[in-house]
Design a protein around this ligand. Structure first.
Ligand code: 9YT
Length: 131
């Protein structure tokens, strides 16, 4: 069994900081679970363009308020504590944080560790690992 805390993970190099978010990757590919698990902070008053063409992701909002817009149809869905959104179609989207949002995220296939979005909002499949 593996036990980790968010504080330990954040201190041990698992926290990746981007322009509009940071994410502590608590469970990664090398744990061999078939998915990765991250605690992500979306910054207040931010907009992030995301398109996970190589991954499926589900995101649960723990705290904060925002919205997600799917670009294919222009639909906008509010996000508040208790909301889970499921990107089952590799949906290209804009994620907006009105206040700071704490999110729990699961990725399949799992991330390696150091991935950040490229110019198209994509993570590569062969991202760099933490070590
Ligand atoms: C919600 C979302 O996708 N935010 C971007 C960061 C991502 N969750 C990650 O890499 O952990």
């Amino acid at each position: 069994m593996i036990v980790r805390t968010l504080a330990e993970c954040a201190k041990s190099g698992r926290k990746i900081v981007s322009k509009t978010w940071d994410s502590t990757r608590m469970l990664l590919k090398d744990d061999n679970m078939g998915f990765s698990f991250h605690i992500t902070t979306i910054y207040a008053n931010s907009e992030t363009h995301i398109h996970y063409q190589n991954h499926l992701e589900s995101v649960y909002c723990i705290s904060g308020e925002g919205e997600i817009e799917t670009l294919a149809d222009g639909k906008v869905y509010p996000i508040k504590p208790g909301t889970l959104y499921i990107l089952d179609q590799h949906d290209e989207h804009l994620l907006r944080g009105f206040s700071e949002m704490q999110m729990a995220c699961v990725f399949n296939p799992p991330l390696n560790g150091r991935e950040v979005h490229d110019a198209d909002g994509v993570y590569p499949l062969d991202g760099q690992s933490l070590d």
